[in-house]
Design a protein around this ligand. Structure first.
Ligand code: ZN
Length: 77
């Protein structure tokens, strides 16, 4: 069984969520936040990534939510 992802795996997830396949963060100097990104207010991308890497989805989702990450872009910031 796999449990919580390692720090190394979390870094990979972070890179995925922050990249073009994830929330696609881009600098946008004209925006109030200074950047734009895509987010559907879910952890669906995180779930897919966890499944793809054969990690325990519910355990890791629960851990992320405990840290205050309730959607993909919050996991990436
Ligand atoms: Zn979000």
């Amino acid at each position: 069984m796999t449990g919580l992802m390692t720090l190394n795996q979390f870094t990979q997830l972070y890179d995925y969520l922050a990249g073009p396949m994830g929330c696609n963060f881009e600098d946008a100097p004209d925006e109030p936040d200074g950047m734009t990104w895509d987010c559907d207010e879910t952890l669906n991308l995180t779930r897919e990534w966890l499944e793809h890497h054969h990690l325990d989805v519910e355990t890791n989702i629960a851990a992320l939510q405990a840290c205050g990450a309730w959607c993909d872009c919050e996991g990436a910031t």
